[in-house]
Design a binder for this molecule. Sequence first.
Ligand code: HPA
Ligand code: ZN
Length: 333
Amino acid sequence: MTDFIGGLPKCELHLHIEGTLEPELKFELAGRNGIDLPYASVEEIRAAYSFDDLPSFLKIYYEGMDVLRTEPDFYDLAMAYLRKAASQNVRYAEIFFDPQAHTSRGVPFDLVIRGLRRALIDAENQLGIRAQLIMCFLRDFQAEYAMATLLESLPYREWIVGVGLDSDEKGNPPVKFKAVYERARQEGYLLTMHCDVDQENSTEHIRQAIEEIGVNRIDHGVNALEDPSLVEAIREKGLGLTVCPISNGYVTDSMKADAIRRMLDLGLRVTVNSDDPAYFTGYVQENLVALADALQLSREDLVQLERNAFEITWLPRHLKDAYLAELDAYAAG
Ligand code: HPA
Ligand code: ZN
């Protein structure tokens, strides 16, 4: 099954580029930028990764990205991810970036997005992997800062396919960003947001995302299963769910494999993704293998997960169809 998953044409829709910063690159960037890391080795960095919920993960995640300072740093970060993804036969990725995690420490938006954009173009030309950017707002910052970031992004509108919402969900419901999302929609951005797993008010947040924000997709969203009316709304609107099994295992009590099985059986457009692979120690391949092991997934299940993913991408129809045809050919072969 691992080989079958290896050859499967894959898609990644829930991936924070800052969460792909591996300890090796952290050291390289620290050296390049004259930053003294409080660790002597890659092993020491990894040993310091201890988290058991979202806030404890986020603390380490934000600390880690302090080494990202220049345009080439962001280029190298994205290029390293795209190389890894291409090696796992990820054919297409939608990549989150957190501009406020950089602008808030004095790193300009322009430099962040130029580095990422340049990597996406080079990766498509050199590796044949296609990718688009999704700009996330940090929900534990003020809505006004998100709005200012949205306005700052407008000159780069053509380089960003949609907006998302991440960081600490506790006390930061979707409706806090209603005006920001309304403006983002007017500007032509597609809309997604995190509804993280097992949060305080999870089901209410999912309801707000669907009914009051009108999202085109939900990141995580596993707790929707607790409320039949949410399941119905997700099905009726054909909303995709970008679930991250290994990540779930770190920040909640389990991978939520049974929930993923139920979502598949309910015919929801559930997908498997890696979230922050440098921290959660698994890219898309490892996530699919872990889930396949836990659930004894069939080849048909695995193909269905990728069919869901290509179907809910924010690509034009003809490109979706091209990837789906590739997937069908593999499934048939
Ligand atoms: N949830 C919230 N914020 C995040 C995540 C996540 O899964 N990954 C990176 N920032
Ligand atoms: Zn995430």
